[in-house]
Design a protein around this ligand. Structure first.
Ligand SMILES: *Cc1c(COP(=O)(O)O)cnc(C)c1O
Length: 458
């Protein structure tokens, strides 16, 4: 009997239709969900019934109640946090991969998942100018990628000292010092805490006005040091000075870990690659594909120069798991065992864009960020950062005024931006990270920002 019997075909067509309908209407609706839509969420919150519910009914409830309650972050006018959309090929691949339902930890469990992961990983190293032959692991996001990269660092340093941290743990182990910039992302601190390094047991390096680590304030490095740098500050988009830091680390034998969740994608463009100069000399790197590569959530990437360190930190074995040593076994590079086949979407996104398409996606986002900065500045509002990438920080006056404008903009629904406090100044953050954003989206959003700001600042 075909699996697709019993109404499954109609159900899947209906799901596709409803999804298409959702995307078609995204442009006309408020980016933030309305309060009416949010208040309907309680209709989903019922006791679990004893009896089954027809799948079509399940889907209808999801779409009728769920879709209006989404944030339209996959559309062209969402500039919150750093949130990419989903490229057409990536979303389509995600649907097909959903039908495949492959666990992607072992070649034998999914030859196609493993192959696409291997190919996409190789393409990524090439396109980002990272070392050929580096180890790549596909994880949920930059938080887990930071975890995996730092676990590899921990392994490498303690291994040098004759301490097998994977079997003996950290109690009684030689000390490793961890250096971070004062602007370190919280996810990296979380990863440090999970690894037993402690989130407060770090040496913090002071930063400059853009959030970059000050080289003149670097503490002494040694071969027992991990120094974590950032490629792309979530507020300003600024990059820590990699050439100087990597040179100092190389001399001391320290490990350099790069959190480049979104900023490292700049390496894929001729016009912004200079921001990432020197970064290829690091030891481990982190990126999010669900950010600027615009694949669906969740999709993060860890890269480790010496594949063996990542594998040593992540490996496992058991007789029933049929690990074939002559193949690249995906599960030997990640904290997870069973996981979905993220390589499918990565491969699809990269193939559909090609080198020029990816460069264009990154460059276009950066250009639109500059349009925002120029437009807001021309309207008399203060831009708080050097707009070097896709991030803009704007102040509409004092903290209270800026917060009011952000609230009004979110309520207005034309677009969505969040707030932040940058070095003591309340600001609105604009992050342009989606293929779906057009020139017209920028114009429309800028008009809304200027109009609402004028209403709140007179
Ligand atoms: C988004 C981000 C993270 C965390 O990424 P997740 O995918 O949410 O785990 C870490 N570092 C930087 C610089 C980021 O922008």
């Amino acid at each position: 009997m075909s699996l697709i019997g019993g109404g499954m075909k109609e159900l899947l067509k209906l799901a596709a239709e409803r999804s298409i309908n959702y995307l078609e209407n995204l442009d006309q609706r408020s980016v933030a969900p309305s309060s009416a839509a949010l208040s309907r969420l309680k209709e989903l919150d019922k006791p679990l019934p004893d009896e089954p519910t027809e799948p079509e009914m399940v889907l209808a409830m999801l779409d009728d109640i769920g879709s209006p309650a989404t944030v339209a972050s996959t559309g062209g006018r969402y500039y919150g946090f750093v949130t990419g959309g989903s490229l057409p090929a990536a979303l389509a691949a995600n649907w097909l991969a959903g039908a495949w339902d492959q666990p992607s930890d072992m070649v034998i469990a999914s030859p196609i998942g493993a192959k696409l992961e291997e190919v996409a990983s190789r393409w990524l190293l090439e396109i980002l100018s990272l070392p050929v032959g580096a180890g790549v692991g596909l994880v949920t996001g930059a938080t887990m990628a930071n975890f995996a990269g730092l676990a590899a660092a921990r392994h490498a340093i303690l291994h040098k000292l004759g301490w097998n941290v994977e079997s003996r743990g950290l109690f009684g182990a030689p000390e490793i010092s961890v250096i971070v910039g004062d602007e370190v992302h919280v996810s990296l601190l979380k990863a440090l805490s999970l690894l037993g390094f402690g989130r407060d047991r770090v040496i913090r390096v002071p930063v400059d006005g853009q959030g970059r680590m000050r080289v003149d304030a670097l503490p002494e490095l040694s071969e027992f040091t991990i120094i974590c740098i950032q490629a792309g500050n979530v507020n300003t988009g600024a990059f820590d000075p990699a050439p100087e830091i990597c040179a100092a680390a190389r001399q001391a034998g320290a490990w350099v870990h790069v959190d480049g969740a979104f900023g490292l994608w700049a390496a894929a463009t001729p016009t912004r690659a200079q921001l990432t100069a020197g970064i290829e000399d690091a030891d481990s790197w982190v990126l999010d594909a669900h950010k600027w590569l615009n694949v669906p959530y969740d999709s993060g990437i860890v890269v480790c120069r010496n594949e063996a360190h990542l594998r040593a930190a992540m490996s496992f074995s058991a007789a029933y798991l049929m690990i074939q040593s002559e193949h690249r076994e995906p599960g030997l590079y990640t904290p997870e065992m069973s996981r979905r086949a993220r390589g499918v979407e990565l491969w699809a996104a990269l193939l559909s864009l090609g080198r020029s398409g990816l460069a264009d996606l990154i460059e276009r986002s950066c250009r639109y960020a500059s349009h925002f900065a120029e437009g807001l500045s021309a309207a008399g509002y203060q831009i708080l950062n050097d707009v070097v990438l896709n991030q803009v920080l704007v102040s509409f006056g004092d903290g209270e005024t800026t917060r009011k404008v952000i609230g009004a903009l979110q309520d207005d629904g034309t677009c969505w931006c969040g707030g932040t406090v940058w070095q003591g100044h309340t600001a609105m953050r604009i992050s342009v990270s989606s293929w779906a954003t057009t020139e017209n989206d920028v114009k429309q959003s800028l008009n809304a920002m200027v109009r609402l700001a004028a209403e709140h600042t007179q």
